[in-house]
Design a protein around this ligand. Structure first.
Ligand code: FES
Length: 96
């Protein structure tokens, strides 16, 4: 009965119903592929499943779901962004 009532309900309502029945809600699905987004006047934001490797092929451990990669060249912890682009006044090149 409850399942029938909630079949068209939002995910939060279904999660609550699952908890009421003693079940945990299913974890959110991981994205199938990585997405790279240019953050305005800042880093490249990488989301999704990916492997980050050094020039020699060694894998760099990534402990976050979203990683910011420097594209201004001023980071003190490359290849990651450390916010130095702000002080450097980095700006995106004009769009064609
Ligand atoms: S883009 Fe943030 S430090 Fe370079």
């Amino acid at each position: 009965m409850l399942a029938a009532l909630l079949s068209g309900a939002p995910a939060s309502a279904r999660a609550l119903a699952g908890r009421l029945r003693g079940r945990r809600p299913a974890p959110p699905r991981a994205p199938a592929e990585a997405t790279i987004t240019l953050y305005r006047d800042g880093p490249l934001l990488v989301r999704g499943p990916f492997t980050l490797r050094r020039a020699d092929g060694a894998e760099l451990p990534v402990r976050r779901r979203v990683v910011a990669l420097c594209r201004c060249g001023r980071s003190r912890m490359p290849p990651f962004c450390d916010g130095s682009h702000h002080a450097a006044g980095f700006r995106d090149p004009p769009e064609p």
